[in-house]
Design a protein around this ligand. Structure first.
Ligand SMILES: *Cc1c(COP(=O)(O)O)cnc(C)c1O
Length: 395
């Protein structure tokens, strides 16, 4: 079938859940995407911080084709080798004991919520409340929407699931004050990604770990966006050396294919047979890809590259900000944001796309940068030059 570049004007059968530009992407290589007219775009969203190794990296192409020829799906009722190997690798890397594979971040968080509630039934007199934070993003299922702190999400599909009291992100005293006998867990993102790359001081995660331990409740770290090397450590919790009781992973874990996981300490792993499951969970095709991603991220120098290029990006954005009178740069590693101090995000993203640069504005006054983790410094430089040109025409 011939794809039309003018996708907007063709009657398509997709529900319109967002406004999409009239572009059809047909090919991706490394940090570059190509549309059906052959135009090249430098990609600084990478499938939403998903393609951690860029587009169609050789290691993933090989893992997908090898596994596809070997075994695609034996059913979740049986073990398969990639599932076992990836589970061992991830739990070992995270300092946790067991995991459950899911197919999306929301599904992993949904499982984390179930696991915490089950643990509360068994060990905390039926406590079920999970305290989350304002502006948090935990997914789009009904439970994870309720856990999220996005404005309007509590009434969008009313009635909303109860049991998710909210406190301001970064406010340890507010968290301490919210804990009560009904509380079973605290759930946070180490850096709030969708909220606009909002990072708390390291003392926040350290404080949450101490607080939850003292209160005998669980700490759930949603590392779906911050995990898998995105912030320069394999997991963002490792910046402070804390180990959460439950950690969820998604996005980069599959390098672009649907894969997610819910990891936990042994003492929290209390699912009984029948409590949790799912048709595609732990299928060998996706877990073989996860294994290939894991091996790449663990190669010597890989995370050092993320730190070095991340620093280069920070310095470049800071220089750009000083030149154009913009605000602060936030974030860590290759998850960064530039505060524009004015609602120009949408206009900059649109102009950048025309110029062949793909960016994201999670808020009207914020640009977010989440390139491939193996992006070259020269490509970051190229992005900075393109962005400089776009901003110069606007401010
Ligand atoms: C993207 C994201 C999710 C949801 O993941 P999906 O795969 O879209 O369901 C949950 N939490 C955080 C922190 C995320 O960034």
């Amino acid at each position: 079938m011939q794809h039309s570049t003018n996708a907007k004007n063709t009657q398509n059968a997709l529900m319109e859940i967002t406004s999409r530009p009239a572009i059809v992407f047909t090919k991706g290589r490394g940090s570059w995407l190509y549309d059906s007219d052959g135009k090249a775009y430098l990609d600084f969203i990478q499938g939403w911080a998903v393609n951690c190794l860029g587009h169609s990296p050789a290691a993933l192409v090989a893992a997908i084709s090898d596994q596809a020829e070997t075994l695609i799906n034996a059913s979740p009722a049986f073990f398969n080798q990639p599932m076992l190997d990836l589970a061992a690798a991830l739990t070992g890397g995270a300092g946790l004991d067991q995991l459950f594979f899911a197919n999306s971040g929301a599904e992993a968080n949904e499982g984390a919520i179930k696991l915490a509630r089950k643990w509360g039934q068994l060990h905390r007199n039926g406590a079920y409340e999970i305290i989350t934070t304002d502006h948090a993003f935990h997914g789009r299922t009904l439970a994870t929407m309720a856990a999220s702190g996005k404005e309007g999400w509590d009434t969008m599909y009313a009635p909303s699931l109860s049991g998710f009291p909210k406190v301001p992100f970064g406010d340890l005293a507010a968290m301490a004050a919210a804990i009560n006998p009904n509380t079973v867990a605290v759930m946070v993102e180490p850096i709030q990604g969708e909220a606009g790359v909002i990072d708390a001081d390291d003392s926040y995660m350290l404080g949450l770990r101490a607080l939850t331990e003292a209160q005998g409740i669980l700490l759930i770290a949603d590392e779906i966006q911050t995990g898998m090397g995105r912030t320069g450590k394999m997991f963002a919790c490792q910046h402070t050396g804390i180990t959460p009781d439950i950690m969820t992973l998604g996005k980069g874990i599959g390098g672009g294919v649907p894969l997610a996981a819910l990891l936990a300490k042994q003492s929290v792993c209390c699912f009984a047979h029948g409590d949790q499951g799912g048709t595609f969970n732990g299928n060998p095709l996706m877990t073989a890809v996860g294994l290939a991603v894991w091996e790449e991220l663990n190669k010597p120098g890989f995370l050092g590259h993320v730190v070095a290029v991340g620093d280069y990006l920070t310095k470049g954005l800071e220089a750009l900000s000083a030149k154009h009178g913009l605000g602060k740069v936030r974030g860590r590693g290759l998850l960064q944001a530039l505060d524009l101090k004015q609602p120009l995000g949408g206009a900059i993203v649109a102009a950048a796309l025309d110029a062949g640069l793909i960016l994201n504005a999670p808020r009207s006054d914020t640009l977010r940068f989440m390139p491939a983790l193996n992006i070259a410094e020269a490509e970051v430089e190229q992005m900075l030059e393109m962005l400089d040109g776009v901003i110069a025409e606007m401010v």
